[in-house]
Design a protein around this ligand. Sequence first.
Ligand code: SF4
Length: 474
Amino acid sequence: MENGSPRYQDLIASARVHDRALFLPLRTPNELELQARWFAGEFGKNFVSATGDKIDIVQFGTWNREAGPDFCDAAVRVNGSEPLRGCIEIDLVDRNWDLHGHAINPAFEETVLHVFVDKSDRQFFTRTKSNRNVPQVRIDPAILPETFSANIPLARPGRCQAPLGNLPEDRVRSVLDAAAQFRLQKKGARIRAKIDNHGRDEALFQEIAGALGYKENKLPLTLIAQRLSLKALRKDLKDAEAILFGIAGLLETPDLAIYKRSAKNYVRELWDRWWPHRDRLQRLILPAKIWKLSSTRPVNHPQRRLAALAILVQEWPAFRRSLERRTATAIEKFFDAFDHPFWKFHYTMTADASLEPMALVGESRVADILANVIFPFWRAEDACHAEAERRRVDPSTPLGTSVWREYAKLPARLTNRRLETAATRLFGDGPRRREFTKTIAHQQALLQIYEDFCLQDNSDCANCPFPEQMAKWR
Ligand code: SF4
């Protein structure tokens, strides 16, 4: 197959713009409903600020589900200026900004607009932690129609929905393949740089550790892999698991009473093995607050991921052999064989034992590792070989063709909010949405287009070049 990555690169070189919008189902009424209706544009887009400035909403942004303001990636024009990119916070009362601690919270530093319903008696100025003044806009719910549908979509379809729906299917596929190849190449280049810095095994170990941490705990898992190193752990294989749990800060409580009977022996053994190393490694122990547990499913608890990392250390030679076979199936089989007498039946060190065994690394996590680590790694290796070959024989040798063929076949195993948003923006709810989210490659392509076009657009699609570029794509 032709490598479409350079063509996609040309496509994004022709673009620089921004917009997006998404809704989530309402969780509770009042402030959330207000936010949803704001986002739906029911209050309008043009306002006058508390100090008389003309405020135009260029982009409503995206719902923020993390710490910080209600909407991020928004764009606001003040008195006809260039759009200011940043976040929007919506409160019922202006003073909630202070009462809720936003004024001293660095996560609110990027706020470009503070929207509220009620003004307090005394004049209130919205200021960020760095003492920057944020424009204020007051909205009036009385202007809203009475009924409000809770059936709100995740995002609004964009201007490209119609052209993408009408293009011949093979042309849409060709665009998505090119975007996916471009993304794979970018990830490969990142892993190549890591290999240059740390060597092949350490780079892979760090990448897989990060992927095992999911989004929430990517940082601590990566830190552990960086701080301990595969080489050092493999020198002390018997104690490797205990050292991993010790550095993670999970063996700091010397009270066995908090553990269930089924866990006591396991934890005691970890302690006994960790203690002789503790003094030497104390400086590297992670603080407890680095772990994020609130939005983590029990089966994905970081303690189970550490156990998986310990098995990976033990089984590294087998992992290398699987890697050499260069098929997704070999890698899936490798992770599927992970077994651990304790972690197969426990969600955490303190939880009751489960009756049913659980996979240490589930199908969707393996898919993520394949997409973000293994295939980019193979791609990086191929690029190196092809480059050498090209210099030696033929300047037209294509890059990474066999890797791409295998990659393009990988079925999608999971989705996420960003992907759903991207799919809605580009395909709406049409049949092409299902057709083009079936493989990991096409999911990655949608994310790439979303990042390169939707997230760069400041014009609510009006100036985005993607739809016109699509029409010209051959
Ligand atoms: S690609 Fe461009 S036209 Fe399509 S939804 Fe994104 S910003 Fe709008």
